[in-house]
Design a protein around this ligand. Structure first.
Ligand SMILES: [Zn+2]
Length: 396
């Protein structure tokens, strides 16, 4: 009975893991274009915001413009109204990051971060909208806060609004990634400019970096989410990705981070860092779709701990495979009564790659095929046909 139940449970988890998560599909339906547009208009000073019981306009988010502080208050108030815990990080005399946090129900000490910088270029008095750079990313984060507020996630989520990116990534650089009671970061997804599509090719650029091989897997996993949820976007993985934005602050600390942006290479926004980067000069439909992508990405990553699969399947079997990352010879360890176990490797997009039966002998090791490309794989372990474990394997 126990075994049968386990089999059914595992089958279910795998179904959920391979398809899109139901709660995330429902969240996707809650994302509202009018709500996104309203947030964008408020961020660029087109619509008033109520702060300290006063109706005011955020006429600029430039670091040294007085309304930069107004923008931070607006972010704090909005996320508080949705029920998030707020950490306000005043890291210098002029810089303030706002972090909205929702604790995970199973792994509160591990988190996925979705982030965007809220400052923009400009002058101390002049009004600059910075609509694409980066009110667009910030509006997506605020809509994420709204539609995900009632979902229980196994892993913690953090929505991080960085200040002073335009002065040299100052806000994100100052983020203390470990220590205190901060959760460990599994993966960071950074949004910087998600509202320009001059050639109407719907390209979504995902930025990864070779020195952190997990990022390649996470990038592929994110692009797979766009396909699963049938978003009207074409993903392109840029490797190595753009360094001149906040993901670099995490890459510098060897923390897995990926970027999600418009096409920086073949369709760069001609209004970038100009007065003309205004709400009138962006592609709203593309912005709506990219916002959906970012939000659904955060949702799926936080449901699965960025594995794309149900977590902690089959705790009964203690099975170890090492070293991980690996360069072609895998050692394994499990109780002899479970032999033979079968392992299967899959690419992050679900394509089957390789399988092997594990029989215990004096070596307890196997060789991966020589032609196996380096990268990030899902390793599934089967006992008599039942899936008992799934984990990430990095081949170097
Ligand atoms: Zn930017």
């Amino acid at each position: 009975m126990k075994k049968l139940l386990l089999g059914i449970l595992l089958g279910l988890l795998v179904e959920i893991g391979n398809a899109q998560n139901l709660a995330c599909s429902q969240a996707l339906m809650q994302i509202n274009n009018d709500s996104l547009l309203k947030k964008l208009q408020e961020l660029v000073g087109k619509s008033p915001v109520i702060i300290d019981n006063t109706s005011q306009y955020i006429s600029s988010r430039y670091a040294f413009h007085p309304n930069n502080i107004l923008a931070a208050k607006y972010l704090e108030n909005t996320c508080t109204s949705y029920g998030y815990n707020i950490r306000k990080m005043e890291y210098s005399g002029t810089g303030t990051n706002i972090i909205a946090e929702k604790k995970g129900t199973i792994y509160p000490n591990k988190s996925i971060i979705l982030c965007a910088h809220y400052d923009c270029v400009g002058g101390n008095i002049t009004s600059f909208q910075g609509a694409d750079d980066n009110a667009s990313g910030v509006a997506a984060l605020l809509e994420a806060a709204r539609v995900l507020k009632n979902i229980d996630f196994p892993y913690s989520i953090q929505l991080a609004f960085w200040d002073e990116e335009e002065l040299g990534l100052l806000g994100s650089k100052s983020y203390p990634s470990t220590g205190g009671n901060l959760p460990e970061i599994i993966c960071v997804i950074n949004l910087d400019m998600i509202a320009w599509d001059g050639d109407n090719d719907s390209l979504a650029m995902i930025h990864v970096i070779p020195k952190l091989p997990n990022t390649i897997g996470y990038g592929e996993y994110l692009s797979n989410i766009a396909i699963q949820h049938k978003l009207k976007l074409q993903c392109f993985i840029k490797n190595p990705g753009e360094p001149n934005t906040d993901q670099q602050s995490f890459w510098d600390k060897d923390i897995d981070a990926i970027g999600l942006t418009e096409d920086y290479d073949r369709d760069f926004n001609p209004n970038w860092h100009r007065y003309s980067d205004s709400i009138e000069n962006i592609n709203l439909n593309y912005f709506f779709e990219m916002s959906k992508f970012a939000i659904i990405g955060l949702c799926e990553f936080s449901m699965s701990g960025a594995t794309g699969l149900g977590s902690e399947i089959g705790k009964e079997i203690s099975f170890e495979l090492f070293p991980n990352p690996n360069n072609k010879v895998l050692n394994f360890r499990f109780e002899p009564k479970y032999a033979p176990l079968k392992i299967e490797l899959y690419q992050t997009n679900g394509t089957f790659v390789w399988e092997k039966n594990l029989v215990q002998d004096e070596k307890n090791s196997i060789e991966l095929p020589q032609e196996l490309p380096t990268g990030f794989y899902f390793c599934k372990v089967y006992l008599k046909g039942d899936l008992v474990k799934i984990f990430k394997l990095i081949v170097e």
